[in-house]
Write a protein that binds this ligand. Sequence first.
Ligand code: FES
Length: 164
Amino acid sequence: MAMDHHPEHPDVTVEMWTRIDEIIEENKMQPGALITVLRLCQDTVGYLPPTLLDYIAQGMNLASSQVFGVATFYSLFSLEPKGRNIIKACTGTACYVKGIKEVMNHIENKYGIKEGETTEDRRFTLEGVRCLGACGLAPVMIVGEDIHGNLDPKEVTTILEDYA
Ligand code: FES
């Protein structure tokens, strides 16, 4: 079957579009379906590009504005691509006092991103998060699955070099 009804997007492969069609088909009659569909589509593609949001709106017979509204309201959803490695820098009180800002400045300067941004090569996304519950290790960041504590701002970029 021709798949020419799918819009073009560099990050969405033919297989992904097929999966997206299934997701919409399976869920569109369920209550609260939109959030489920957005979540599953984000799992499939990695994020929710605007082209995809328009496509979901069409498929579910909803206004684009409604779909964009929900996708931008919940922090769970990302309309921008994320990096392969997500850096979650703790901006809770203990980490703040122990200098997480300086740590973040080093990351920002080295990789040319600000909080909430992703490097152009999609290697890193830098996020500020609330207390990670490891205040004894302040200042703390999580990279992917790894927790790094007692961070020395000068060494933080050395730690990050291990993440490709
Ligand atoms: S304030 Fe950073 S872990 Fe608690």
